[in-house]
Structure formats: C-alpha cells, structure tokens
Ligand binder design. Structure first.
Ligand code: JFZ
Length: 418
C-alpha cells in the first residue's frame, strides 16, 4: 500500500465522478430497494433475473456521456443489496452471465471507461438479501433480528463473510487496475470486524496497492481520528453536503471526502420518479464540494435495456457545457480559508482564486479580507477583463475588495466564474 497522500492525488485532481446503480431491479423499475420495500420473495424476485437482457447496454456510450459531462471517474454497483452480481463470479450463480444477456457487465464497464481515459471504481454491497447465510428473517432483511434468524435458519454468518471476501478478491484480481473501492454499508449491529475488516482491507490494498477505499466498513473511525487499515481513505457522506466542521476529525484534522447524490429520489432506475434536479443544482453542488475540499459523485440509474434515461443524458450534457468552459475552477482546486461569500463560493489553485458568482444583479460583489491581494480580474470563460476595486463604503470594510459586474456581464445562470 502506498501512502494515502500519494494515492489520493488523482482523486483530489479529478473531483467529479459518475455513480452508476444498475441491476435486475431496473426491471420492476421502482428503485434499488424494491425487493425489500415491497417484501418480494426471493422466488418472485427471480423472475427479473430470468428475463434480464439489456440489449442496448453500450458501456462506451455511458463512458462518453460521463467524459462529456466533465466526470473523470466512475463507480459501478458490481453487486447491490439484492445480491445480484453484474460480474462473472465463480462463487454464485446469481450473476449476469446466467441471465439471458449472458455478459460480464462489469468487464464491459471497466474496458469502456478505461478506453475513454476515465478511472474506475467498484461499489460492493456488504448487505446481501440473496445469500443464504446473510442474516435475514424469513425472506427479509432485519438486522435487528439477526440472532433470531441464525437460530431459525441455521445460518452461519462466517460463510457469508467468506463469500464476501472471495468476491472482493475476484473483483480486484480479474479486472486489471481498480482505482477505488466503495463498500456499502455498515450499521450498528454489523460493522468493522463483523466483516473481518482488518483481513478484508489488507487484502484490498495487497491486491491493488494504489486503490482508495471509502469508509463504510466502519464510518465512525475516520471521524474519531482512529487509524486502522479498514477505516478508509475518504468518507462517503450522503445527500447532505458536509460543512468544514463536519469534515474534520475530533482532533480538528481534515478528513478527505466524497459526497454522492442522485438526480431524482432513487439510485436505481425508477420509471415514474422523473422529478430531476437541474444541471444548475448539480453544478453549484459540485462547486460547493470543491470549495470545501471534497469530491462529488453524481448518480445515474440505467434502465433494463441498458440505457441511461434521456432526461439524465440531457442534464449531463448541460453540466458538460459548463465544465468545458469552467473546469479550471474545479479540477485540482481546493478550499480557501476565506469566509463563505453571500453571493457564491471560492475555490483556488496555483495562486489563482476563483470567485463563483451564483447571485446575479448585485452589481458590486464584496471580496471580504482581500484588499491588496487582487491582481488581475478576468472572466474565466472568455478571459475578458472585469473591474475590481478596493474603495470601501458603508457595506465594505477596510479589509475588503470588490468586483463590479453588471447584470449583462454575468452570462452564465449556473455560475459565472471570475
Ligand atoms: C445506501 C444504499 O442503501 C442505497 O441503495 C444506495 O446504494 C446508497 C448510495 O447507499 O444507502 C445509504 C447508506 C448510508 C446512508 C444513507 C443511505 N447514510 O449513511 O446516511
């Protein structure tokens, strides 16, 4: 295992990735938790397995969409909670190669994303509603009744953990270099060594010395500043964008992190959940993450035919247009110690300060504490000069500078970068 700092380099440079939730749950098309939420028996769930045939799955098209959006890496669900494997595992028959499609979907993903120059990551669910030795009650997942389940069904959790270790070994042996491993997830009764986490993490780093691992084998460790091999390299908080305070450990040392968000309200494909966030929301979220030294994974849920829904492709394309002009203010950028401005965010890189103007029509944009520190002021997208000044008035104190921007000079409703 190389040093964390060294392994984190690409991650902090790349900043923006694609999350992909895909599996046979795309057939019922009600999100990735459908088996649990609708208490569908294993037997009935199997009908989706028997018909799964994503004839229009073209991993190259996914990779192109990600790249065009300005994303630099992607994380695919190799197995979600339902236990269905998108890869040709030797340890189960519940896998894509045994469905009518007969393909190793993970291999196609890895090959295509690599070919487009993107880095690849694997999501792997620690939960497994299909495995006979995973603690379920009846057919259903009830962590709090795990002990009962063992009694009733003569389950042997060790055998499940063997299986999990075996599959992680397959994933990190058979697909070349893997950049990131994303475990999901642990709760109070199953956490850390319940997964034989020391042994597991050692294997992960042995098989892939350059890999980064998230913190869901035990999400409490990074936060508590406890150093273990399985505590993870970065935190994966969800939906909510962390504050600087949250993203440091109890000793005040910063923690590396990657937020993840889905465009509607489900991660897996949902036929009627089409209330999508706008490109603008995602762009601002990404800027917010980078301004606090974090990454963002934006999720897509391809359908049962293997396609990313058209409205999602449109959002990605719009994000890509902004990224093409303003990516300099994202890639390799990090936080500043400046107060968060009321009009937007700051990012910085190599002695350049990027002011992200979310608010329009303010006229004068105060740059608090920046008096005497402003050199040239330019619009990032076209290089045009912008007027800045340092005279103070009722609103601006002696330490402040400001940028003058008339409404007509703010071309981008998403975020105009100076
Ligand atoms: C998990 C999964 O259950 C979900 O289906 C999806 O894959 C998502 C990315 O991860 O959901 C979680 C896991 C952890 C938290 C919330 C949802 N959490 O820590 O708040």
């Amino acid at each position: 295992m190389r040093s964390r700092e060294e392994r984190m380099k690409w991650f902090k440079e790349d900043r923006f990735g694609m999350f992909i939730h895909w599996g046979i749950y795309a057939v019922p098309a009600k999100g990735e938790w459908v088996q649990n939420h609708e208490t569908i028996s294993r037997e009935r769930y199997r009908t989706y397995f028997e018909e799964f045939d994503p004839v229009r799955y073209d991993a190259r098209a996914w990779a192109k969409a990600a790249k065009q959006a300005g994303m630099k890496y992607a994380v695919l669900t190799t197995k979600h909670h339902d236990g269905f494997c998108l890869f040709d595992s030797m340890l189960t028959e519940f896998k894509s190669t045994n469905t009518p499609c007969g393909r190793d979907l993970v291999r196609e993903f890895v090959d295509a994303f690599r070919a487009e120059g993107l880095r690849v990551g694997f999501y792997y669910s620690l939960l497994d509603w299909n495995h006979e030795h995973y603690p379920t009650y009846g057919d259903f997942y009830h962590p709090e009744r795990a002990n009962e389940a063992y009694k009733d069904k003569e389950q042997n959790f060790d055998l499940y953990v063997d299986y999990l270790h075996g599959q992680v070994r397959e994933l990190l042996t058979n697909y070349g270099t893997i950049d990131l491993f994303w475990f999901d997830f642990s709760y109070e009764s199953l956490i850390g060594e319940a997964w034989r986490a020391t042994e597991l993490a050692k294997m992960v780093y042995e098989l892939q010395p350059g890999i980064l691992m998230n913190n869901r084998l035990d999400h409490t460790l990074l936060k508590n500043g406890i150093s273990t091999v399985y505590g993870g390299d970065f935190a994966s908080p969800e939906q909510a964008i962390p504050t600087r305070e949250v993203m440091s450990d109890i000793h005040g040392h910063p923690i590396e992190w990657e937020a993840c968000i889905t465009l509607n309200k489900h991660w897996g494909y949902h036929a009627t959940d089409t209330d999508y966030k706008q490109a603008k929301d995602i762009i601002r979220l990404l800027v917010d993450c980078v301004s606090k030294d974090g990454n963002l994974l934006v999720n897509v849920g391809p359908n049962a035919k293997g396609e990313i829904p058209k409205p999602v492709l449109d959002i990605l394309a719009e994000i890509g247009q902004w990224m093409a002009l303003n990516g300099f203010s994202i890639y390799g950028c990090r936080d500043t110690a400046l107060p968060v401005p009321e009009w937007g965010r700051f990012t910085q890189k190599d002695g350049k300060l990027y002011a992200h103007l979310f608010e329009r029509g303010m006229g004068a944009y105060p740059l608090k504490r920046l008096k005497g520190r402003i050199g040239r002021t330019r619009l990032l997208w076209d290089g045009a000069e912008v007027t800045s000044g340092e005279s103070h008035n009722d609103y601006h104190t002696k330490e402040d500078a400001h940028i003058l921007m008339s409404h007509s000079r703010l071309p981008d409703d998403n975020d105009t970068v100076i």
